[in-house]
Design a protein around this ligand. Structure first.
Ligand code: ADP
Ligand code: ADP
Ligand code: MG
Length: 621
């Protein structure tokens, strides 16, 4: 077994690899850019080497710097994680030439699967069913259009060098073909430096089914069953699960044996994923699942496979890279239970999923389930890297149980002020069609409007915010919504603002959302079903504090010495309504505008605490 390992990656996957390496007694070396000098993966590793400025092209993609860092620290092996250099065959080759152990497949296997057209050809030759289409030796645009017509619309134009959902265009009719081709080629050239494309039949009712495979250097290949990654946005996975719902044994046998055949065809070593597209219009059927591509690395969603097989795939990778045989044979592997993963992104669904950057002032994903993250409270989400901040993974005996567990993790997720998709994920999990496994890759797009949470709080959330604002225990910022007690003298109300709207919220018998939250002097933040709602607190210490909503709030503890109006009375702006005696001085509280006194809780002679709402004036309309 190797004794030391450099991890050529960052974020959650670097942390996840370090954890397993540490458990196996392996010395770990992190690499980092300027932006990551204080990142969690650097703090976790035994040693860390600076490799350059924040931009990935100048740091995490600089193969020679990474190899030099391994040499300099005496690391024996390099684990590339996913993304970055993980599927770069030239880099793998240089690592091996430098006398280091490459934790991944042989460079030739990576190369064989690197381009989608060549990979499909190879797979077809190996007897693996491939998505029908044109592999495109001839890239003439008229020829491509003719082939598209022969395949039959809708078709998908795909960059042969594509990845990450980029360089793909669905075309519904012949008249749209040339425009789509041009824009696809443009994107492919700029993203991958290769504008060649292939054309595939666009599979209807598509489900993304993939199989985890593993090979060793002794010629053994096994599969670790399938995952369903059909919940996608813009061809990028958002929620993944294992096993695939509705997969019967015959279909599983067909797809997993095709995957093993595919891996054997490229003498595969290490962790890999064979991705298939299924026509699920009549459920999953063995003869309606086609090879799409192979990812020659550890996949983002590998934890769901670990959760249902009880295996640590990073440990498998390190053992295989060290020359050991696979830890288990095929007949020693079995599916136990159900697992589901959601990718938590720093983005704002309400603003078209715009990435959200900045410091994680508040970051608490709870204690339940399996949380894979590369950040902690106080860390910053930088604009330089992938906005995925965590993977939330839940396991259950059944699908329903796993979904319930993940929904509750999301419900309790507290992230602020960085925006996340937690509320969106929560809604997707609780969707009835999702619960019944009526899923396909168009699910999210179709339901977008109902899945994107409303950014404005409803009444029960205003009340939850008021409860947080008035909760008794100042020492406990999250002071119990569950059991907050009101000060004997205070009034059960709070003045709050949200998005320019001000309200005085009465805590009467109406229900309060089962939320959590915290407060400081300026604001109250409430977390509910994955969403963060921020409220301004009415400024304290100013008499007649919240002019905008007409609430008269005691600016300090004191005694009401006189009340000069009665409820229902019309008052004029500036008119004195009551007098508070505090710190040996009298303070007059005046009407903030012309209106009517609609609430009057102040009584002459009573002691009130700071923040108590004494009266409410409503503007004349
Ligand atoms: P990438 O390299 O970007 O991951 P893939 O070839 O794996 O590209 O395709 C990404 C996604 O696009 C798939 O998960 C699937 O949702 C969709 N897709 C790909 N090919 C087809 C197809 N022939 N028909 C329908 N959907 C497809
Ligand atoms: P998967 O099928 O595992 O989602 P993708 O091809 O979409 O595979 O990419 C794998 C993951 O790698 C992405 O989800 C993304 O988080 C990450 N990734 C891809 N490119 C980069 C990059 N340049 N920097 C950091 N992470 C990346
Ligand atoms: Mg793919």
């Amino acid at each position: 077994m190797i004794q030391s390992l450099l991890i050529a990656n960052r974020g959650e996957i670097a942390c996840r690899i370090i954890r397993t390496a540490r458990r196996l007694g392996i010395w770990t070396v992190a690499v980092y850019s300027d932006a990551d000098a204080k990142a969690l993966h650097v703090r976790m590793a035994d040693e860390a080497v600076h490799i350059g400025p924040p931009a990935v092209a100048e740091s995490y993609l600089r193969g020679e710097k990474i190899i030099a860092a391994a040499k300099e620290t005496g690391a024996e092996a390099i684990h590339p994680g996913y993304g970055f250099l993980s599927e770069n065959a030239d880099f793998a080759e240089k690592v091996i030439k430098a006398g280091l152990v490459w934790v991944g497949p042989k460079p030739d296997s990576i190369r064989a699967m690197g381009l989608k057209d060549a990979a499909k050809k190879l797979m077809a030759d190996a007897g693996v069913p491939v998505t029908p289409g044109y592999l495109g030796e001839d890239q003439d645009s008229k020829r491509l259009q003719k082939e598209a017509g022969a395949i039959g619309y809708p078709v998908l134009i795909k960059a042969v060098a594509g990845g990450g959902g980029k360089g793909m265009r669905k075309v519904d009719a012949s008249k749209d073909f040339q425009d789509a081709l041009e824009s696809c080629k443009r994107e492919a050239a700029s993203s991958f430096g290769d504008d060649r494309v292939l054309i595939e039949k666009y599979i209807l009712s598509p489900r993304h089914i993939e199989v985890q495979v593993f090979g060793d250097s002794h010629g053994n290949v096994v599969h670790l069953f399938e995952r369903d990654c059909s919940l996608q946005r813009r061809h990028q996975k958002v929620i993944e699960e294992a096993p695939a719902p509705g997969m019967d044994e015959a279909t599983r046998e067909a797809v997993t044996s095709a995957a093993v055949r595919a891996a054997k065809a490229v003498n595969y070593e290490g962790a890999g994923t064979i991705e298939f597209i299924a026509d699920a219009s009549e459920g999953l059927k063995g003869d309606r699942i086609w090879f799409m591509e192979m990812n020659t690395r550890l996949q983002v969603e590998h934890p769901v496979t670990e959760e249902i097989t009880g295996q640590d795939l990073v440990e498998w990778q390190l053992r295989v890279a060290s020359g050991e045989t696979l830890p288990l044979a095929q007949d020693e592997l079995a599916i136990d239970g159900w697992a589901i993963e959601a990718r938590l992104y720093a983005e704002d669904p309400a603003k078209g999923f715009l990435p959200s950057v900045g410091k994680l002032e508040h970051f608490d994903l709870g204690e339940d389930g399996r949380i894979e993250t590369g950040v902690e409270e106080g860390d910053a989400i930088s604009p330089f890297y992938d906005p995925m901040i965590a993977k939330l993974v839940a396991r259950g005996d059944t699908r329903e149980e796993a979904i319930g567990e993940l929904a509750s993790i999301l419900d309790e997720a507290e992230v602020w002020p960085v925006k996340t998709n937690a509320g969106f994920l929560f809604n997707a999990l609780l969707d009835e069609d999702f619960g019944d496994a009526r899923i396909d890759t168009g699910f999210i797009e179709r339901k977008l409007d109902q899945l994107v949470p409303n950014a404005d709080p409803d009444d029960s959330i205003w009340r939850a915010a008021a409860a947080v604002a008035t909760a008794e225990d100042e020492g406990d910022p999250a002071a119990g919504l569950a059991g907050f007690r009101l000060n004997a003298m205070s009034q059960p109300s709070a003045s709050l603002g949200h998005g320019g709207e001000f309200r005085r919220v009465l805590l009467d018998d109406e229900p309060i959302a089962a939320a959590s939250g915290f407060r400081d002097d300026e604001r109250v933040v409430v977390f509910y079903e994955g969403q963060a709602y921020e409220f301004e607190r009415a400024a304290r210490g100013s008499v007649g504090a919240s002019a905008a909503d007409g609430a008269l709030i005691a600016p300090m503890p004191g005694k009401v010495t006189s009340v000069e109006v009665s409820r229902g009375e019309k008052v004029a702006k500036g008119q004195r309504l009551l007098t508070l005696e505090a710190m040996k001085m009298e303070h007059g509280l005046v009407a903030p505008f012309d209106g009517t006194v609609t609430e009057l809780t102040a009584k002459a002679g009573t002691q009130v605490s700071e923040g108590t709402t004494l009266a409410l004036v409503e503007a004349n309309s």
